[in-house]
Design a protein. Structure first.
Length: 334
């Protein structure tokens, strides 16, 4: 049984590289087209598996060739797929992603079978050895998926050693805010970006929104992803800014998903919040140097080298202790 169980959408990402995003009603010509196994939760699961963690996945695909390729890709990197559900009527999820030359991406999604993930198909025995559950808030957008989320949260609460993280998406923060807010006390950490923090805070400033989430609404911890500015850690009264790693950006697709994997990995192996957030920045930073979600190309050696190369950088001086903790951990596992 897996040590980590990830639950959320499973998609095929069709990535178009374009010079610039066209005006409405006009067109542009892609310079390249790639297809990848994707979905926010899938990217996180792959990244965790590539970092040598024991990972299982719960989600739903169609009975089609896209699903066959997804399962093959996940199994190749070591993600357990035995509890992925197959929908007999609805096709596998599909995401079209337009990536401009500056690495920014615009996404168009069809959720397909994801929306029909069934709570009744979730087996409690699959969670027997689970120490961490990572969820995607896109699962809050459909009734069946949301019921499955609540079932999994009940299983986590019945375990004395299972912790839970939730990735926040912009659409869920807009359309499913009340559901997200209602489960905050049941989560160990939420992982929004800056926009999503203020959406959950109903338009308040970043600082006010974080204070409200942590001190008012019962969130145990919030780690806000800030792209090229790194991340902001909020636990109790603690607010710590950690810088991004200095990398050449090629494609930002999946950067936040890889960040999630680093944060989960760090906390699961006993690292401090600061070191775990720095590890998230490292995985997210490496991913933007490669095309697509890039989780499949991650490995511990590259992550360790990136961290060591920044150990004495001026911008890391206030939180150098986090990199030192990471360096010591990598020395023990490599």
């Amino acid at each position: 049984m897996p040590d980590i169980i990830v639950m959320g959408d499973i998609n095929v990402d069709v990535v178009f590289s374009i010079p610039a995003f066209p005006l409405p009603g006009s067109e542009t010509v892609a310079t390249s087209i790639e297809m990848h196994t994707g979905g926010s939760a899938v990217n996180t699961a792959i990244a965790l598996a590539k970092m040598d963690m024991d990972v299982g996945f719960i989600g739903r695909v169609g009975r089609d060739s896209l699903a066959d390729q997804i399962i093959a890709d996940l199994e190749e990197v070591g993600v357990d797929c035995t509890h992925i559900q197959v929908d007999p009527k609805v096709s596998t999820g599909l995401i079209f992603i337009a990536v401009t030359e500056d690495g920014e991406r615009t996404m168009f999604g069809a959720r397909g079978a994801n929306s029909f993930t069934q709570a009744s198909a979730i087996k409690p025995t699959y969670f027997a050895n689970c120490r961490w559950i990572h969820l995607s808030s896109y699962s809050f957008l459909a009734h069946h998926q949301y019921e499955a989320i609540l079932t999994v949260l009940d299983l986590a609460e019945n375990s004395p050693y299972t912790r839970v993280s939730l990735d926040i998406g912009t659409e869920p923060a807009l359309r499913a805010r009340s559901q997200i807010m209602s489960v905050l006390p049941r989560l160990d950490v939420i992982l929004p970006n800056e926009i999503e923090v203020t959406l959950l805070g109903q338009g308040c400033s970043m600082a006010e929104s974080l204070d409200n989430l942590v001190n008012g609404k019962g969130a145990n911890a919030v780690v806000a992803k800030q792209g090229s500015n790194g991340c902001l850690l909020a636990v109790d009264k603690k607010r710590i800014q950690l810088p991004a790693f200095d990398v050449k950006v090629r494609d930002t697709t999946g950067a936040g998903d890889n960040f999630n994997a680093g944060l989960v990995l760090g906390r699961l192996v006993g690292l401090s919040w600061e070191a775990s957030a720095a590890l998230g920045n490292a995985l997210g930073g490496l991913s933007v140097t490669r095309s697509g979600a890039a989780a499949v190309s991650l490995n511990r050696n590259d992550v360790s080298q990136l961290i060591e190369s920044h150990l004495f950088r001026e911008e890391w001086k206030p939180t150098q202790f986090a990199l030192e903790e990471l360096t010591a951990w990598f020395e023990g596992v490599l």
